[in-house]
Design a protein around this ligand. Structure first.
Ligand code: MG
Length: 440
């Protein structure tokens, strides 16, 4: 069981991820990257400057040469791996977590985030301690100040800027009071859009809304999109790697429908397999099927997604919460490139018409308390219906013609989560109830 690494990096409140742990962890990470060149980026959380200093010190003390990207979005920092070819990257950000949280996300030279399995060696080194470099071999830090501009230029080269400019889209941008404020407004101004901004001041207290873009947290964006007669609205999560949206009627568009749309746009242009997590809507599989493409499922968590995407076979990869990887640019989930691609598509027809190209699924969630020692036997005891296509990557996912259900152990609590989707709301409920009963 991982001691420090969670689903994506070393994460905790300030009492857990202290400056001292950040320093020791960075020494271990610097050692893992063989004392090479390591990029460092950070978000605007209140504890980020303090952890940032500890991270720089830790890396330098084991001989790393550090390139400090300063305050950047997560996809910007990850894009810089493609551009600068370092040995690794540390991003200081807790993404969508509450303000008292922070994390060190670790990315390797290929641009793949380290999963908890791959972080095991680093954990051992944190506990054992890493030898310091000799006094005359300590590393140093160089500032790199144009990461955001570089990333912006790369995004603009991926879309038809003139076409979007001509259309004069009106958009509402909810930047979550986080680092998306650095790039989101600039991007849409460069695309010639009329921009209405929400929560666009960076503030580590996150005064406007929680940084997790759940439907209940972004009501203001939904309302403003409707009231201002905008073409669409966008809400980023706290570090900008994923988006949810509003259509012109102010209707909420959940993350996996955003991904399904991106898959549709990508496969129209360049067909290829689609990579996604086992928790993602069947709408994505429907899109893949429409283009005769395979869908490859991974365990839930961004590192698993980028690991599989790095094998170079997929056209696009994405996760249920609205993170989309466009492998032609980087192996990062990029909430800005995603936003720009959708803006380009909306020049052709309204967002709601694009979304009507694949089925709408109702989803229902349930859970069954279960002691961790009994989880495996319980899950194995469930009979598999004959008409089900089974996916056993992370829990058990059963795909049916117009519905699917998954049961998988919770990563944090003693329970099995049950989740179902169907084009028929009653059927989704029935599926959850049926499997809750079987798992009891
Ligand atoms: Mg994030």
């Amino acid at each position: 069981m991982a001691k420090y690494f969670g689903t994506n990096g070393i994460r905790g409140t300030f009492e857990v991820l202290t400056p001292l742990l950040a320093l020791r962890a960075s020494q271990a990470i610097g050692d893992y990257f063989n004392g090479g060149n390591v990029l460092v980026g950070r978000d605007c959380r209140l504890t980020s400057p303090t952890l940032h200093k500890a991270v720089l010190s830790g890396l330098e003390s084991v001989g790393c040469s550090v390139t400090d990207l300063g305050i950047v979005t997560t996809p910007t920092a990850e894009f810089m791996v493609e551009k600068l070819h370092p040995d690794g990257l540390i991003i200081i950000t807790a993404s969508h977590n509450p303000p008292e949280w922070n994390a060190l996300k670790v990315i390797d030279a290929k641009g793949v985030a380290l999963s908890k399995e791959r972080g095991e060696g680093i954990e051992e080194a944190i506990d054992a301690g890493v030898p310091l470099s000799s006094w005359d071999k300590a590393g140093s830090t160089t500032d790199y100040e144009t990461a955001t501009q570089d990333h912006l230029a790369a995004i603009l080269s991926e879309v038809d800027v003139e076409k979007i400019k001509k259309r004069r889209l009106k958009v509402v941008l909810d930047c979550a009071n986080g680092v998306p404020a650095l790039l989101g407004p600039k991007l849409f101004e460069a695309l010639g859009c009329e921009v209405i901004l929400l929560n666009s001041e960076m503030d580590g207290h996150f005064p406007g809304r929680p940084s997790e873009p759940r439907e209940e947290n972004i009501q203001e964006m939904l309302r403003l999109t409707l009231d201002s007669k905008a073409d669409f609205g966008i809400a980023w999560d706290g570090d900008g790697d994923r988006i949810v949206m509003a259509d012109s009627k102010g209707e909420f568009i959940i993350g996996d429908r955003v991904f399904a749309l991106c898959a549709l746009l990508k496969l129209k242009e360049a067909p290829g397999p689609v990579v996604t997590t086992v928790a993602t809507s069947k709408a994505v599989a429907d899109v893949a099927q429409k283009f005769g493409q395979r869908i490859d499922y991974t365990a839930v968590g961004a590192p698993y997604l980028s690991e599989l995407a790095s094998k170079g076979e997929c056209a696009i990869a994405g996760e249920e919460v609205g993170g989309v990887i466009w492998p032609e640019v980087s192996l990062a989930k990029d909430g800005f490139l995603t936003a720009a691609k959708i803006a380009e598509a909306v020049c052709g027809k309204p967002l709601s018409e694009w979304l009507a190209e694949f089925p709408f699924y109702y989803n229902v969630k349930g859970k069954v308390p279960c002691e961790p020692s009994e989880i495996e036997a319980k899950m194995d005891s469930i009979p598999i219906p004959e008409d089900a296509q089974v996916v056993r990557v992370d829990g058990v996912r059963l795909n049916f013609e117009d519905s699917w259900v998954i049961f998988r152990p919770s990563g944090t609590e003693p329970l099995i989560r049950v989740f179902a989707e169907s084009t028929n709301e009653e059927k989704a409920k029935e599926l959850v109830e049926k499997y809750e009963k079987l798992l009891k």
